[in-house]
Design a protein around this ligand. Structure first.
Ligand code: FES
Ligand SMILES: [Fe+2]
Length: 349
């Protein structure tokens, strides 16, 4: 049994995934049907007809209304039933829950908890993903593992050296100590690793064109529960930003993950890579898209295995944590606080 932080915003989809076709996705154990109204707004309703539970995503749109594919109950975009076959009276309880939705930074965010505290201003930002000054590649991979395993994975990048050798991992990543800071009030975790003189992995050598060794900075900013940002800076070795903060000789890559629990044992692993160089070079875009997807799938494979190990192990197994786990342990603490502090519900398997 896992407690989810329910009164939070979660990424449910990319905006490009939602159109005039009914689209279903489960978030925090709740099946949701998404579509756009004729005016382009995204609607999110519970994907279960109030009559006999038929999935509304298996139904059809009539203008902005969904007509259930089983017996024709018809719902407006707010989830209210406006037509019942064979009778004029519509029962007062004939409605399906609707979820608050915000489209921002190329994502569709949904609020799963109680409707009352949904405040769009609290959604963390990833502005690069919709910024014309950057070029972004992105995707989503299904993960057959609990979301906490992905949080752990992303907050400790020393695994790059071993799990992603030849792609983004070099010896310096695992060998360089991290610094971790936690902003307890805002609930944000920062983990940094600055490598002054490092081998350039192919991911960056091929995309930036830098030859030789690099100065490589990794600055993680995790906004629990859903949004993870890795500010990655690459430059020829010894090149650092100017005193005024400008950085014309650095290459900047923003690696963004949205970590959305699907169920207690599965996760939507949204990933995006935004860059501020080679903006129109489709060769670089194709290379980064394919390479990052390969890296994500290396993690997916490892975490899917870990999920099976955890499910099979005896109760009370104690893992061992070391320095590299400082960020991950802080994340667990904050996630627990978010789940408990908001009266999180236990989601049944
Ligand atoms: S299940 Fe939807 S109308 Fe009967
Ligand atoms: Fe990884």
């Amino acid at each position: 049994m896992a407690a989810f932080a329910r009164n939070q915003w979660y990424v449910a989809a990319y905006g490009r995934e939602i159109g005039r076709e009914l689209f279903s996705r489960t978030v925090l154990g709740e099946p949701i049907v998404f579509y756009r109204t004729e005016s382009g707004d995204v609607v999110a309703l519970a994907d279960r007809c109030v009559h006999r539970r038929y999935p509304l995503s298996e139904s059809r749109l009539d203008g902005d209304k969904i007509v259930c594919g089983y017996h024709g109950f018809t719902y407006d975009s707010g989830g209210s039933c406006v037509f019942v076959p064979g009778q004029a009276r519509i029962p007062r309880t004939a409605r399906v829950p609707s979820y608050p939705v915000v489209e921002q930074d190329s994502f569709v965010w949904v609020w799963i908890g109680e409707r009352e505290p949904a405040d769009a201003a609290t959604i963390p930002r990833a502005p690069w993903l919709a910024d014309p000054a950057c070029t972004t590649v992105s995707g989503m991979e299904p993960l057959a593992a609990r979301y906490e395993l992905l949080v752990d994975n992303l907050l400790d990048l020393s695994h790059e050296t071993y799990l992603h050798g030849g792609y983004i991992g070099t010896p310096e990543v695992a060998n360089t100590p991290i610094t971790t800071e936690v902003d307890e009030d805002r609930g944000i975790i920062y983990v940094s690793r600055h490598m002054a003189d490092a081998e350039c992995p192919s991911f960056y050598a091929k995309s930036t064109g830098i030859e030789g060794r690099i100065t490589r900075w990794q600055d993680i900013e995790y906004h629990p529960p859903c949004l993870y940002l890795l500010h990655s800076r690459i430059a020829p070795v010894g090149v650092v930003p100017n005193a005024d903060g400008t950085d014309p000789d650095g290459f900047h890559v923003e690696v963004v993950y949205a970590i959305t629990p699907e169920t207690e044992h599965s996760t939507h692993d949204f990933w995006a890579v935004a860059r501020d160089f080679a903006l129109d070079d489709t060769g670089v875009s194709d290379f980064l898209a394919e390479n990052n997807r390969t890296v994500v799938l290396q993690d997916v494979r490892a975490l899917d295995v870990l999920e099976r190990v955890i499910e099979a192990e005896p109760e009370g197994y104690q893992e061992l944590s070391v320095n590299i786990d400082t960020g991950g342990l802080a994340a667990r603490r904050i996630l627990k606080r978010l789940a408990a502090g908001e009266g999180a519900q236990v989601v049944p398997s």
